[in-house]
Design a protein around this ligand. Structure first.
Ligand SMILES: NC(=O)c1ccc[n+]([C@@H]2O[C@H](COP(=O)([O-])OP(=O)(O)OC[C@H]3O[C@@H](n4cnc5c(N)ncnc54)[C@H](O)[C@@H]3O)[C@@H](O)[C@H]2O)c1
Length: 458
């Protein structure tokens, strides 16, 4: 059911529940959403959520990372999702003291749900958050998970942990909800309040409250999912579908490369059909599209089903970095360059354009493959944090000025400063017969052809 906006008359059973819940004994009948909100995990997802609610009421913003709390207290958001002005305009108590969570009765959990090195779900941050919250839980509280999970985690895993820690009964004393997040880092158009929010609740009454709370800030409206598991599944399949569509494009790129035809040209021609979907090949990184399908496949395998199609797509997408680097080695050889010691520059390390997020960037596959050929590699990224790049990947980023006398230039991320590069600027970076790999297809191919510079694109 789609609910465009909150209206008290739409929730007749809600008042009864609110009155029955101890935390609402003082409910005055004016607003059904007089819930005090806490947000646990103030990252790319949690901070915009806290800020949206913090414009209407005081929000408890809890994060385990002291550094993050201190930065936010100083009005700095290193993820660049929220401006200093928006931070200043929102009323958030930034804290890493778990006891502050007891001041709230509607808790939103937005902690990371990554995969481990074996590509299995790593639920430790989520379980840690749930343990900490459980200790502060009171009768009448509602706990809504926003982190991406596989169906069943909220009710079958988190519920029992909360019960054990709080000594309260789930579904009687406190209640669960799940509301997946759909924000797209770096996208200033599709922001938290402008994306339809899928909501779910343990009971119809709780669903009404969850819908009302989110509906009070999400102007795009809420969609009431049939159950918590449905909402959990909806999130993972959104990203799984995207992953598979990109995998198809990547597979086509591998085929067209063997046919010596340009994939972008083919897609442009096919795209003139009304129902051809506009996906492109590329590196699938980040902690959503390249990660979430593994949550679904993990659960499917637990249930005895091997999801061939989803895992095939993952395999193809995970192999693209190596393919790009091998293409580069071929270009060097064609240009008559000695591979060992060739000067190779990679432009872009973050997982997507104009976003500082380095997590699970597949550019590292390109880098590692080049390193295995012992080229002289340098990596430049104008947005990535230098220290984080070193810590996360052991990559020492260089400044733009260091990109000189390059035998192979690999443009991996379409950051704004790179999209504006002219042929002359690129030529000034290259050595004689230097070549370019344009992974994102952002260079002017005709100009490069006229200028006699070898340009390959995925
Ligand atoms: N970033 C996205 O584009 C996006 C979009 C949709 C959904 N998601 C999902 O949302 C969830 C959060 O992702 P994110 O990108 O915001 O992650 P993030 O790493 O940017 O932020 C998570 C925050 O949680 C904190 N944290 C970690 N463990 C904690 C704990 N036990 N208690 C309290 N705080 C803790 C971290 O310090 C960090 O500040 C993930 O499940 C992710 O898959 C992310």
């Amino acid at each position: 059911m789609y609910v465009a906006s909150f209206n008290c008359r739409n929730f007749p059973r809600l008042k009864a529940l609110l009155v029955s819940l101890p935390s609402h004994k003082n409910y005055n009948g004016r607003s059904m959403i007089n819930r005090k909100i806490s947000v646990i995990g103030l990252g790319y997802v949690g901070l915009p959520v806290a800020v949206a609610f913090g414009k209407c009421q005081q929000v408890i913003g809890f994060d385990v990372k002291r550094e993050r709390i201190e930065e936010l207290q100083r009005g700095i958001d290193r993820t660049q999702e929220v401006s200093a002005q928006e931070l200043a305009e929102s009323n958030i108590l930034y804290t890493n003291n778990a006891k502050d969570l007891a001041k709230a009765d509607f808790h939103i959990i937005a902690v990371p749900t990554p995969i481990d090195r074996a590509r299995k779900p790593d639920l430790r941050p989520l379980y840690r958050a749930v343990h900490v919250l459980g200790n502060q839980l009171k009768k009448g509280d509602i706990v809504v998970i926003e982190s991406t999970v596989y169906p069943g985690i909220t009710e079958e895993e988190c519920g029992p942990i909360l019960e054990a820690e709080s000594r309260l009964t789930c579904g009687e004393d406190f209640f669960l909800g799940y509301s997946p997040e759909r924000i797209n880092p770096g996208d200033k158009e599709h922001t938290f309040t402008k994306i339809t929010k899928v909501v779910s609740g343990q009971t119809p009454e709780v669903l009404d409250i969850v819908a009302a709370v989110y509906g009070s800030v999400v102007t795009a409206g809420v969609h009431k999912a049939a159950s918590i598991k449905v909402a959990e599944a909806a999130k993972v399949i959104e990203n799984t579908q995207r992953d598979l569509n990109i995998a198809l494009m990547n597979e086509l790129a591998l085929v067209f490369d063997r046919l010596d035809i340009d994939t972008q040209d083919v897609l442009q021609a096919a795209g003139t059909k009304w129902n051809f979907l506009p996906f492109k090949p590329g590196l699938v990184g980040g902690h959503c599209i390249g990660v979430d399908p593994y949550y679904l496949t993990y659960k499917a395998e637990m249930l005895g089903y091997h999801p061939d199609v989803i895992l095939a797509g993952r395999r193809i997408n995970d192999g693209v970095g190596e393919f790009i680097a091998h293409k580069g080695i071929l270009e060097l050889t064609r240009a008559g360059k000695c591979v060992k010691g060739a000067r190779v520059a990679v432009l872009g390390l973050t997982f997507k354009e104009n976003c500082p997020d380095l997590r699970n960037s597949r550019v590292i596959d390109v880098i590692n493959t080049f390193n295995s050929f012992e080229v002289e590699l340098m990596v430049h990224d104008p947005i990535a944090d230098v220290e984080e790049a070193r810590m996360e990947y052991g990559v020492d980023l260089v400044g733009f000025d260091a990109i000189k006398d390059i035998d192979l230039l690999v443009i991996t991320v379409a950051h704004e400063p790179f999209t504006g590069l002219s042929l002359a600027e690129v030529q000034s970076m290259l050595s004689p017969r230097g070549a370019v790999l344009d992974v994102k297809g952002i260079m002017d191919r005709d100009a490069f052809a006229r200028g006699g510079v070898s340009l390959w694109r995925l």
